[in-house]
Every structure is written in structure tokens, then in C-alpha cells.
Design a binder for this molecule. Structure first.
Ligand code: PEP
Ligand code: MN
Length: 458
């Protein structure tokens, strides 16, 4: 018997029809399923599965992001460029979560600022590709679109899109999220464990600096305990998930109606963003995003005009709801100081208050003569500095950072205090897509962001 006194509100027919309006619009970066009936059946099956996240958590995140937009908190978003099914192991998930927790501690302590923690995890399985095909020598095959669509191996069988992967994507996201929830709620993320997050990582300058900070935090906690303070925030952390909302055969069946108010919410993650390649104002993705209630992001590349940005605000955040809209800028180190200030100045003339986050990764890709896709740590740092400088100059809030990282000691980005050079890239290059910061580079970046942030808030 249902003894709930909550009214159950159904979605109106207009809301339901609107939720599928994207199907009539131009859509980019979707796979061509060899068996469309199988893809429909997989989507229908996913529609029967439980939601991965809940509307109440999504509302809470919106509040947290509203604080960040006001300059009272800072968003840390990080994880793989492309999660893989094989990479969803306990060890790899644990080291990514530890890396994010360590970065968050560096930021919280260094800048005395609450940090909203979000993994690019538990759903970052679909990738947009610049070309539908990949040629190697004489052979041309469909491009790899992420594990939720096809396999990375360069064989015709593996590269053929396979609808069974949609269902596997759901289950992999569910088991990843389950472990993330266990780690962040079950004591592992307790601030009393601040030293243990550093264990198991190779010793290096960033780790040593972290140890020093962890000792200070330990003393502060022992002091608070001795003084009788004991609060839940020490033992648990709020940890949110987000990914690019790209693959509509996965996102649409996980879009559910919130029975408290009859509105649609995406339940594949707390936060979804629209990529640089799918943010056309009249395209399918922007339309779908305009109809879900989650806090959402939009990537903004260097070609973004103030008018295009304003049109996105009007379409995606017509109510100007605090925490609803995040702009994730990915300009490139050479362009951010030219492009971002104009956008920030323009937003000041509107009644909007988006959260501004820097993605210093995607505008700074280079390919080495030996064929590795990489990024220079110095360019990443320079874009972060340009982000803070632009906000200081205009008087807006630098509200967060979005990075591709892993907890493993990979060699994918050049530089950092380990001085990874072109010759060392081959040592441990594991990303199937874009190059990620390794554990040490991630910590180094966190120290730098903490310095910039405390210089901004002082
Ligand atoms: C990404 O985040 O991996 C990505 C493809 O980014 P963008 O849309 O900014 O190019
Ligand atoms: Mn990427």
C-alpha cells in the first residue's frame, strides 16, 4: 500500500511532446546503428531501468552551483576524456576519486572556499568525432565513438556500432556510481583519511607538498576534536556526476518525470553538458537540454560571440534560475585573454548569472611529430591564469575548473615538474581519446588554482 501523502504529478501532454521535439531537428554526432530496431529495443529496455540519480540530489547540486556562480564556492569537475568499460575497475575508480578528493582538499584549504566535487564519471562513454571514419594506411573504418557505441580495436567487427553497448553503458555507469557513492559516503572520504589518499602514489614534489598540507589539516582536525567539535561534513562528502549529454539513444530513455512537479529530469547524471560541436541554437541537443530541469553546462570555444552566448542563455535559462546554467570555456591559452573578457562584459549587461568554469584542456591540443595527441602542462596553466585574469579585470566570478585527469601515473600531457617530454609519451600513454593530466600534474594544477583563487577572493 502506498501511504505517501505526496501528490504524484504527471507531466502534461505538452511537456511530454516537447521532450521529443529534438527528434524533428538537425542532430549531430550520433552513430549510424546497423540495426536500428536493436537500438530502439535497447533504448526501450533502458527506459525500464531505475534512474541513476535522484531529483532531490539534482536540486541540491543546483543550489551548490548557484553558490559557486555567486563566488561563494568553486566547482571541481574532472575525469577521463572517454571512460571505458574495461577501465571501470575498483582500482581505477578509487584512484580517480582519491585524486579528485586530494585536489578538492588543496582548493578548500588553500582558498578557504567550499568545493563542489564532480566526477566526469559514471556515464562519460560517448564521444563526438571530427570525422565519421578513421583511415589507417589502406584501411578505412568507422571512427571510435566511445565504448557505449563501438569498440576501439581497429577491426571491422569492433568498429561496427553495437546496440548492446547501450545497455552495458547503463550497467557500467550504475556499478561505477555505486562504488563512488560507497567511497564518498562510507568513511573513505573522511577528512581524517587525508593522508591515506596520498598513499600508493609515487613520491614526487606535488605529493610531498600535499603531505605538508595534510599534516596541517590533521592538526586542525585533532584540535577541533579536542575542543569537542564533531560534524558530519568531516566524514562524508557530496560528490556529483556529470558527462557530455551526447548520445540521445541513452539520454532520452533515462529522462524521467519528477513526480513532485511533473517536470522532466535527466537521471543519467546530476549534471550534463552540451559539447562544443553540438551547441547549435536550433539543433537537437540544445532543444532537449532546454526541457530538462537539471543544472546544465555548455562548452564555449573561441569562436563564441557575445550574441551567440546571449541566445544560449535565453533558450536554456529563460527564467534566469540560479545554478541552472554553467558556461565551460575552452578557448586555448593563446585566445582566452582576447575572447573571454568580451563575453563576461556582455553578460554583465544581461540579467543573467551563469557559473563560469574553465576547461583548460580542449583548446590546447597539439600533435607531436611522432603522432601523439598531447597537451603542454604550461599551456594548461596559462589558460587557467588567463581565466582568472579575465574575471579579475571584468569583476565577475571565476567559478570552477573542468579537467581531464586520471589517478594513474600515465604520460599523456607534456611537462609538469616530472618534465614529461615527447620521448616519454610512449612510456605510458593509455587514453583512447584526449590526453589526461596524471596524478602529479593534477595535484600541481590544484595548488596553482588555489593560489589564483585566494588571490581573487582576498
Ligand atoms: C570533451 O569534453 O571531451 C570534449 C569533446 O570537449 P569539447 O566539446 O569542448 O570539444
Ligand atoms: Mn576530451
Amino acid at each position: 500500500m502506498d501511504d505517501s501523502t505526496e501528490p504524484v504529478v504527471a507531466a502534461s501532454p505538452q511537456v511530454l511532446a516537447g521532450l521529443d521535439h529534438w527528434r524533428t531537428l538537425d542532430i549531430k554526432h550520433q552513430p549510424t546503428w546497423p540495426d536500428p530496431t536493436a537500438a530502439q529495443a535497447a533504448s526501450a529496455q533502458i527506459a525500464t531501468f531505475p534512474p541513476l540519480v535522484f531529483a532531490g540530489e539534482i536540486d541540491q547540486l543546483r543550489d551548490r552551483l548557484a553558490k559557486a556562480a555567486r563566488g561563494e564556492a568553486f566547482l571541481l569537475q574532472g575525469g577521463d576524456c572517454a571512460e571505458t568499460f574495461a577501465g571501470a575497475t575498483a582500482d581505477q575508480i578509487r584512484s580517480r576519486v582519491k585524486t579528485l578528493l586530494q585536489m578538492a582538499v588543496v582548493l578548500t584549504y588553500g582558498a578557504s572556499m567550499p568545493v563542489v566535487k564532480m566526477g566526469r564519471m559514471a556515464g562519460q562513454f560517448a564521444k563526438p568525432r571530427s570525422s565519421d571514419v578513421e583511415a589507417r594506411g589502406e584501411v578505412t573504418l568507422p571512427a571510435y565513438r566511445g565504448d557505449i557505441v563501438n569498440g576501439y580495436d581497429f577491426t571491422p567487427e569492433s568498429r561496427e556500432p553495437d546496440a548492446a553497448r547501450l545497455v552495458q553503458g547503463y550497467h557500467t555507469a550504475a556499478s561505477t556510481l555505486n562504488l563512488v557513492r560507497a567511497f564518498t559516503q562510507g568513511g573513505f572520504a573522511s577528512l581524517k583519511e587525508v593522508h591515506s589518499w596520498n598513499r600508493g602514489f609515487a613520491s614526487n614534489p606535488a605529493n610531498a607538498r600535499y603531505e605538508g598540507l595534510a599534516r596541517e589539516i590533521d592538526r586542525a582536525i585533532r584540535f577541533m576534536e579536542a575542543a569537542g567539535a564533531d560534524f558530519d561534513e568531516l566524514r562524508r562528502v557530496e560528490f556529483y556526476t556529470g558527462h557530455e549529454g551526447l548520445l540521445m539513444d541513452y539520454e532520452r530513455p533515462l529522462t524521467r518525470i519528477d513526480s513532485r512537479n511533473g517536470t522532466p529530469v535527466a537521471t543519467s547524471a546530476h549534471f550534463l553538458w552540451i559539447g562544443e560541436r553540438t551547441r547549435d541554437l536550433d539543433g537537437a541537443h540544445v532543444d532537449y537540454f532546454s526541457r530538462i530541469r537539471n543544472p546544465i553546462g555548455v562548452k564555449l570555444g573561441p569562436s563564441t560571440t557575445p550574441q551567440a552566448m546571449e541566445a544560449l542563455i535565453d533558450k536554456l535559462d529563460p527564467e534566469r534560475e540560479p545554478g541552472r546554467l554553467t558556461f565551460i570555456t575552452r578557448m586555448g591559452a593563446g585566445k582566452i585573454r582576447d575572447v573571454l573578457p568580451g563575453l563576461l562584459e556582455h553578460v554583465k549587461t544581461l540579467d543573467a548569472n551563469p557559473l563560469w568554469v574553465t576547461d583548460p584542456m580542449h583548446g590546447n591540443g597539439v600533435t607531436t611529430p611522432t603522432g601523439y595527441k598531447t597537451r603542454r602542462f604550461d599551456d594548461i596553466v596559462d589558460e587557467v591564469k588567463g581565466f582568472f585574469e579575465s574575471h579579475r579585470a571584468v569583476g565577475t566570478h571565476p567559478g570552477g575548473i573542468h579537467v581531464e585527469l586520471t589517478g594513474d601515473d600515465v604520460t599523456e600531457c607534456l611537462g609538469g615538474s616530472e618534465h614529461i617530454d615527447e620521448a616519454s609519451l610512449a612510456t605510458r600513454y593509455e587514453s583512447l581519446c584526449d590526453p589526461r593530466l596524471n596524478h602529479m600534474q593534477s595535484l600541481e594544477l590544484a595548488f596553482l588554482v588555489a593560489e589564483e583563487l585566494s588571490a581573487t577572493t582576498r
